[in-house]
Design a protein around this ligand. Structure first.
Ligand code: B12
Ligand code: SF4
Length: 496
């Protein structure tokens, strides 16, 4: 069967790198394993409109991914596909998992897959293949025919029958053994067209830097985080499976750097220790790697970090979020400042570079509490401090608080990005003006300290990337395009 897997185009308000989509690489891999003919259409790097690709490839199913800012582009892409033929169009990804009905009810969307996608995608393809065999005139409309009941027993999907009944089948169980998944199928991507293969590491642009997920899910439920996409149950791959993928990336694909994207990589300390041992034993520890997302500070002992460092770990990140004890308690992070302080000390003691993630404008934040966040950032002094403007994503507690008790300043899903220095909501005395001022102040106070300037200038990475760093910093603080102007440009873009 011919399957097409699509990343719809989305322009962020600042210049970002293009990078292959790991979730789609997994879907492509399971389709290939099923024996399908696969085409990945990543609108970020294509130079033809999707309509052309659909005419040429004649897919029998089209799967489109959508996070929140991308979802309107996903709908436009679905419309473009349907303008060619009545091909089954399936949406998946973080946004539609949280708000499935919104997309499922649209005429250009047939099915929404909620949560982890591989198993459901494979079963959906099997259903379509079977239906095609019994009906040479099969079209997407048959899927939604309540008489044929093709989708009745497929878990993890939402759809509207064509006579208008809303259906949300129960959730599909999470994949119990992640080792059964094939490795992400990068060979379906136009790898040479990406500006960076891994979004969050700072190696030289164009260097080969891949992403790996060694575990999925997160047992925590911080109030600001869209974790609702993945099952709450944390599951990990075996160290042997991770090693095998690592070797594949290093030896076959020439990886020069690896970013580990796990939400909570260090839940099981002995697993990471074994992984480290294997990397050393199999001599892949010369390739530097980075924890791109925060690891749990309470489990980041000096012993563990020291061992990981020997296994090639170059940089570790911690989600600090707030420097204010009451705000930190209120976001259910289940961590305290002393534990975070110790984690940074442990990392520095074994010579790891550090990243700290901080949020400006959490519910309950005041001028004073945001000051505490900035001071705490300066105190723990990571190599990279990332201050995010709180953006309330649907499905999170902060979204509910902002909607019920505050004032959302977002008009459109395409505004759900946090690169452009605009406050996304107001709550009580926390005005947009205050949050925007503190956000800029945070960057200024953190990075313009004399020892930081000296340190930045002494780093090789800085000189390699200085043009881009200045451009991103400038555009972040002074976004050049008004969002409406940007949106119009996106909507009229030829390649969707
Ligand atoms: C790496 C990453 C990035 C990278 C690369 C994104 C990419 N293109 O893959 C970068 C840094 C560019 C990035 C940017 C942003 N990101 Co991001 N990112 C992640 C992160 C950490 C890992 C993504 C990943 O690879 N996951 C692993 C794969 C296996 O999962 P997946 O991609 O979700 O795909 C699975 C399912 O969703 C589903 N699925 C997905 N698509 C489809 C399609 C079909 C047809 C089917 C059937 C199934 C399906 O099946 C897949 C396999 O199981 C996630 C957190 C997370 N744990 O997922 C956040 C996350 C996806 N990002 C998030 C956000 C908010 C953003 C930004 C909007 C932030 C911003 N700066 O403004 C931008 C948007 C950029 C853009 N152009 O779209 C949120 C999304 C929330 C939401 N409601 O949309 C997440 C969930 C983080 C969080 N916890 O809040 N991100
Ligand atoms: S912020 Fe981190 S620890 Fe908290 S829910 Fe999200 S992924 Fe889990």
């Amino acid at each position: 069967m011919r399957v097409m897997i699509v990343n719809p185009r989305f322009h962020l308000p600042i210049d970002t790198r293009t990078t292959p989509h790991l979730g789609l690489a997994y879907l492509a891999a399971v389709s290939e394993q099923r024996g399908d003919e696969v085409m990945v259409f990543d609108a970020d790097v294509e130079d033809e409109p999707i309509t052309e690709a659909v005419r040429r490839f004649r897919p029998e199913i089209v799967g489109i991914t959508a996070n929140t800012p991308q979802v309107k582009s996903a709908w436009r892409t679905a419309q473009a596909v349907k303008s060619i033929a009545d091909i089954p169009v399936v949406l998946g990804g973080p946004h539609v998992s949280v708000l499935p009905a919104e997309s499922a009810k649209r005429p250009e969307v047939d099915v929404v897959v909620r949560g982890e996608g591989e198993a459901v995608w494979v079963k959906l393809c099997e259903i379509i293949e079977r239906a095609q065999k019994g009906n040479p005139h099969f079209a997407a409309r048959d899927l939604l025919d309540p008489q044929q009941a093709l989708l009745d027993s497929l878990l993890g999907i939402s759809y509207y029958t064509f006579d208008g009944q809303e259906r949300h089948n129960p959730d599909h169980p999470a994949i119990a053994d992640l080792d059964t998944l094939p490795f992400p199928a990068y060979h379906f991507f136009k790898m040479e067209r990406y500006t960076n293969l891994q979004p969050a590491t700072d190696a030289i642009d164009g260097s080969k830097s891949f992403s790996v997920m060694t575990s999925r899910g997160c047992p925590y439920r911080c109030t600001f985080c869209s974790q609702s996409i993945m099952p709450i149950k944390w599951r990990a791959r075996s160290p042997e499976s991770v090693l095998a993928e690592w070797q594949h990336l290093v030896h076959n694909l020439g990886a020069q750097e690896i970013g580990v994207l796990d939400d909570s990589a260090n839940i099981q300390v002995d697993r990471l220790e074994r992984m480290a041992d294997l990397f050393i034993e199999h001599k892949v520890n010369h390739v530097p790697w980075i924890f791109v997302n925060g690891i749990r500070a309470n489990l980041a002992t000096k012993e563990l970090l020291g061992k990981l460092k020997k296994a090639g770990l170059k940089r570790v990140a911690f989600g600090v979020e707030s420097g204010d004890p009451d705000v930190l308690l209120s976001i259910d992070k289940k961590i305290d400042h002393d534990t975070i302080r110790q984690a940074f000390k442990n990392a520095k003691a074994v010579n790891l570079e550090t990243i700290g993630f901080f949020i400006i404008g959490l519910p309950g934040d005041t001028e004073e509490s945001m000051d505490r966040t900035i001071k705490f950032a300066c105190e723990v002094d990571p190599l990279i401090a990332n201050f995010s403007m709180m953006t309330p994503y649907p499905g999170t507690k902060v979204y509910e608080i902002a909607k019920r008790q505050g004032r959302l300043l977002l008009e459109d899903w395409e505004d759900y990005v946090f690169f452009d220095g605009r406050a996304r909501y107001e709550l009580g005395d926390m005005t947009a003006e205050l949050v925007q001022r503190k956000w800029k102040e945070a960057y200024r106070r953190f990075y313009l300290r004399p020892h930081r300037i000296a340190m930045t200038l002494s780093r090789k990475d800085f000189w390699i990337n200085w043009r881009r760093t200045f451009k991103v910093a400038f555009n972040t603080i002074f976004p050049k395009k008004e969002k409406t102007e940007l949106r119009q440009a996106v909507e009229s873009a030829q390649v969707i």
